[in-house]
Design a binder for this molecule. Sequence first.
Ligand code: HEM
Ligand SMILES: N[C@@H](CC(=O)c1ccccc1NC=O)C(=O)O
Length: 259
Amino acid sequence: MQLDQLLSAQQPLSSPPHHDEMLFIIQHQVAELWFKLMLHELRAARAHIRHDDIEPCEKILSRVKATQKQLFEQWSVLETLTPSEYVQFRHLLGPASGLQSRQFRLVEFILGNKQGDILQLYAHDETSLIELRAELESPSLYDEFLCYLHRSGHEVPSASIARDWTKPHERSDDLVKVFQRIYAEPSAYWKEYALCEKLVDIDEHHQLWRFRHMKTVERIIGYKPGTGGSSGVAFLKKIVDLTFFPELLDVRTAIGAPP
Ligand code: HEM
Ligand SMILES: N[C@@H](CC(=O)c1ccccc1NC=O)C(=O)O
């Protein structure tokens, strides 16, 4: 398990060590470990979809959702950090921020939030840059799903499947119609239908994570700007509602109407 290595990686910057810095470090490290598992699973699911092998995705994506639940619950531990405690070592972090989390960005890219500008943050880190660029240029999980639907005979608009993968997916009314057909007859399209619902689970849990991050930050630093240069809570609030799979939410509004 290489526990010696793992358990010697908690090195506080404060000197003498501030009691609460241990919580801050471990909270981040545990999140990064869960991000690692998420990436591993999301990449596996994407590869299965690419090979028209949908069945294993059910179990893989259930594991992703269970991991997201852990990440969500974890905020309750950090919430025990008070503003008075955090302010005693926050200055030591300098301009470091979660914005620079390579694994979080890879998760966002694979889920389809392709914000290419963020690569600038990695100008000094060639290894991260290579991995991030490769993920930016790859079809997302949703892109692969839409290609699969096309191969299965659904009328997926060509703009959704032959496109520049480095850009975010653009919402399409025609795609909502594809999902209307699937949701109107679940038993006829069970594989597709079940995968759609898994994707909605993951989208929702990612938003829940973002929301709780924002609420935790609000109670710890109030409305101070972030160390990464953003406005802080206002920035985090704005991104809560970002959805990876807009048509899978819009189809719910359309259900009942003819496709
Ligand atoms: C005291 C605790 C924390 C505070 C005050 C805080 C604050 C912030 C703020 C203000 C931002 C916006 C960027 C900036 O200007 O810095 C941010 C971004 C971010 N933080 Fe935290 N954070 C905390 C803990 C965590 C933890 C435990 C994680 C887990 C890995 C995390 C992950 C992230 C990520 C991934 C972003 C980028 C979000 C995105 O671009 O969508 N943060 N954080
Ligand atoms: N952005 C936080 C600092 C912070 O939480 C942080 C610092 C270094 C590495 C990761 C971090 N996590 C999330 O932003 C702040 O503004 O206080």
